[in-house]
Ligand binder design. Structure first.
Ligand SMILES: NC(=O)c1ccc[n+]([C@@H]2O[C@H](COP(=O)([O-])OP(=O)(O)OC[C@H]3O[C@@H](n4cnc5c(N)ncnc54)[C@H](O)[C@@H]3O)[C@@H](O)[C@H]2O)c1
Length: 387
C-alpha cells in the first residue's frame, strides 16, 4: 500500500427529513445564494422543504444550472451573488448543480483581477471560497462530499475539472426520498456513474490495499444488488438509501487511498460529452468495457479478483476476467445505458475516435491510466472498438 494522508471535512446528514438540518448548519443572519437546476425541486417538494428550513434568512435564488454546468451560466450566478452580497452558497441538485455551486463559491472569493475561467483546470491558486452547503437530489457523482468540480465551456469545447480543498462542502444533506421523482434514465445514470467511479480506483493492479479493495467490492456488489430493486419499485426506501450511500462512498475519498488509479474512462468520457452531448454516465458505459478489453493483460489480476468477488465467477484468471468484463457490460445495458456508440445514434465511429484523440491532445491528456501508458492514440483505438 502506498503512503497517504486523508481528511474529509464535509458533515453528512443522511436520511428522511434531514433537509431540516439546514437550520442548524447555516447562521441565522446568513445571506444565501440558493442554486438549482431546471425546476424539478419545485415539482417534488424539495424547494419548499429547503425554504421552510431556511426560515427568515435572506435567500437569493439562481435557477437554471444545466446538466454539465456551463461556465457562462455560472458566471451569471456569480454576478447575482456579488450584486446581493451573499455569504453562503447552497446547491440543491445533482452533480451538475453541486459542481456549479463549488465554482460559484470559489469565483465569489477570487481576486477580481483574476479571470475565473482559470479556476477550471487549476490554472490559478485558490485560497478561499464562500462556505458551501448541498442538498443532493441525484445519487451519482459524490460531488456532495468531495473537493472536485467539473465545468463545461461549449464555446471552446472544454469540459475540465478543478480540485481544491477550499470547495469541500461544509455539509451535505442526503435524503433518499428526494429521488422518488428521478426519471429512469437518471437512475440508470446514477448506478453506472457510481459503478465506474469505483472501478477507476480499483480495476488497476494489485497493491496490497485490502481494506480499500473490499470497500470497492462492497460498493460494486451493493450497486448490483439494488439495481433490480430500484427498477421494480421506485420508492423502495432501503434500495434508494443504499444507492445514495454507495454513490457517496465511491467518491468520498476512502477507496483510492494507497491505490493506483486509472481515470482514463473519465478522460475519454468527458470528450465524448463535449463532442456529442451524451450524459456523463452514458460515456462511461461506452468507454469502460472497451478500455478493460484493451488493457486486459495489465488488468488481468484485478479483473479476476473482481469477477470472483463481485460476480461470483469461477475458472482460471483469463476466463474469469473475460466473463467479468461481459458481466459489467450487461449490467450497464440492464441499467438502460447502451455500451456501444451506435446505441446513441453515433454511426461515424472513426470520426468519434479521431475527435476524442484530437481533444485529448489539445487538453494535454497524454499519459492516462494507472501506468501512465494510455496515449490519445490508444484512446482512439478504445473508442473505435466501442463502435
Ligand atoms: N464532482 C465530482 O466528483 C463529479 C464526479 C463525476 C461526475 N461529475 C459531473 O457531474 C455532472 C453530472 O451530474 P449528475 O449525473 O448528478 O446529473 P445532473 O446533475 O447533470 O442531473 C441530470 C438531470 O437530472 C435532473 N434531476 C436531478 N435530481 C432530480 C430529481 N430528484 N428528480 C428529478 N430530476 C432530477 C436534473 O435536473 C438534470 O436534468 C457532469 O458534469 C459530470 O461530469 C462530477
Amino acid at each position: 500500500m502506498k503512503n497517504f494522508s486523508f481528511h474529509n471535512p464535509t458533515r453528512l446528514h443522511f436520511g428522511r427529513g434531514q433537509i431540516a438540518q439546514l437550520d442548524s448548519e447555516i447562521g441565522k443572519d446568513a445571506r444565501v445564494l440558493l442554486v438549482y437546476g431546471g425546476g424539478s425541486i419545485k415539482r417534488n417538494g424539495v424547494h419548499a422543504q429547503v425554504m421552510a428550513a431556511l426560515g427568515q434568512r435572506t435567500v437569493v435564488e439562481f435557477a437554471g444550472i444545466e446538466a454539465n454546468p456551463e461556465f457562462d451560466t455560472l458566471m451569471r450566478a456569480v454576478a447575482l451573488g456579488k450584486e446581493n452580497g451573499v455569504d453562503w452558497v447552497l446547491g440543491v441538485g445533482g452533480g451538475s448543480v453541486l459542481d456549479g455551486s463549488k465554482f460559484i463559491a470559489a469565483a465569489l472569493a477570487l481576486d477580481p483581477a483574476v479571470d475565473p475561467w482559470l479556476i477550471v483546470g487549476n490554472k490559478t491558486p485558490l485560497h478561499a471560497a464562500l462556505p458551501i452547503g448541498c442538498v443532493l437530489t441525484l445519487p451519482a457523482t459524490g460531488s456532495e462530499a468531495n473537493f472536485t468540480g467539473v465545468i463545461t465551456r461549449r464555446e471552446t469545447q472544454d469540459k475540465l475539472s478543478f480540485k481544491n480543498a477550499a470547495v469541500y462542502p461544509r455539509f451535505s444533506v442526503l435524503d433518499p426520498t428526494v429521488i422518488d421523482s428521478l426519471p429512469a434514465r437518471q437512475l440508470g445514470n446514477g448506478l453506472v456513474d457510481a459503478f465506474v467511479h469505483t472501478t477507476e480506483q480499483y480495476l488497476t493492479y494489485p497493491a496490497e490495499a485490502r481494506v480499500q479493495d473490499r470497500l470497492a467490492e462492497g460498493i460494486l456488489s451493493t450497486l448490483v444488488e439494488v439495481a433490480p430493486l430500484l427498477r421494480q419499485n421506485q420508492g423502495d426506501y432501503d434500495a434508494q438509501a443504499n444507492l445514495m450511500w454507495a454513490a457517496n462512498q465511491a467518491m468520498f475519498g476512502l477507496v483510492p487511498l494507497g491505490q493506483p488509479l486509472d481515470w482514463a474512462s473519465h478522460a475519454i468520457g468527458h470528450e465524448l460529452t463535449v463532442l456529442y452531448g451524451l450524459d456523463h454516465a452514458q460515456t462511461l458505459a461506452i468507454a469502460l468495457p472497451s478500455l478493460l478489453r484493451y488493457k486486459f493483460d495489465a488488468k488481468r489480476a484485478k479483473l479476476a479478483q473482481y469477477g470472483r468477488r463481485v460476480w461470483q465467477l469461477n475458472g482460471d484468471d483469463d476466463e474469469v476476467a473475460n466473463a467479468a468484463i461481459e458481466a459489467t457490460r450487461r449490467f450497464f445495458e440492464s441499467a438502460g445505458l447502451p455500451t456501444r456508440l451506435s446505441g446513441y445514434g453515433i454511426d461515424d465511429v472513426a470520426a468519434a475516435a479521431a475527435g476524442v484523440e484530437a481533444q485529448l491532445i489539445r487538453h494535454q491528456r497524454l499519459k492516462l491510466g494507472e501506468h501512465g501508458d494510455i496515449t490519445p492514440a490508444d484512446c482512439r483505438a478504445i473508442v473505435l472498438a466501442a463502435g
